[in-house]
Design a protein around this ligand. Structure first.
Ligand SMILES: [Zn+2]
Length: 193
């Protein structure tokens, strides 16, 4: 069985506020018993993460309450391209005109011409924190983080909570999570390694 993750990404946190928010949310998760305060070698991609706490099951559906997570929480602070791991985004939708541009063929081959401007914008965003892509349909320049990705494949943000090998979180837990983030908009990025 491979490793999988679900990352709760804060779409609104700025670079300056991300570290403080990260500390506050971890303190909340520890107080709830969802994760432990101590950090161990329990995550991928970072040396240390927070292992599940005694009440981890409160974050998941009752049906999943016997599926104990075999990984922990890695907190990502700083400008990050969050993505779904293996594979890629099937399509992307312009938030201005709502036209969807396919990025993959039916055989899951990347459509290079469609992908190129987005790939270039991602490089720029990683380096500078700002990038725009002109919509192929309406020609408006749209900031990279505002594009809507099929299956929420990508998110461009400064704060993410990456849970390794946990069952799916309930909508109630996600609502409480968002509240702990000052009501910021969140999205969930899923993936496998
Ligand atoms: Zn458009």
């Amino acid at each position: 069985m491979g490793d999988h993750f679900q990352t709760i990404v804060d779409l609104d946190a700025g670079a300056d506020e991300a570290p403080g928010l990260a500390d506050r949310v971890v303190a909340w998760l520890v107080a709830e018993g969802i994760v432990l305060a101590e950090r161990t070698d329990c995550v991928l991609g970072q040396p240390l993460g927070h292992p599940p706490g005694p009440n981890w099951h409160r974050a998941v559906a009752e049906d999943d309450a016997d599926r104990e997570p075999w990984g922990g929480l890695a907190v990502e602070v700083g400008r990050t391209v969050f993505h779904g791991g293996q594979g890629g985004a099937e399509a992307v939708t312009c938030p201005r005109c709502a036209v969807t541009t396919p990025l993959m063929t039916d055989d899951w081959d990347l459509i290079d011409a469609a992908w190129a401007p987005f790939g270039a914008a991602m490089t720029t965003w990683r380096e500078t924190g700002e990038a725009e892509v002109a919509c192929p349909a309406c020609a408006r320049a749209v900031p990279l983080p505002e594009w809507r990705w099929a299956d929420d494949w990508f998110a461009f943000a400064h704060l993410g909570f990456e849970f390794w090998n946990w069952p799916e979180f309930t909508p109630e837990f996600l609502t409480r999570f968002s509240r702990a983030l000052d009501g910021h908009r969140t999205t969930r990025v899923w993936g496998k390694l």
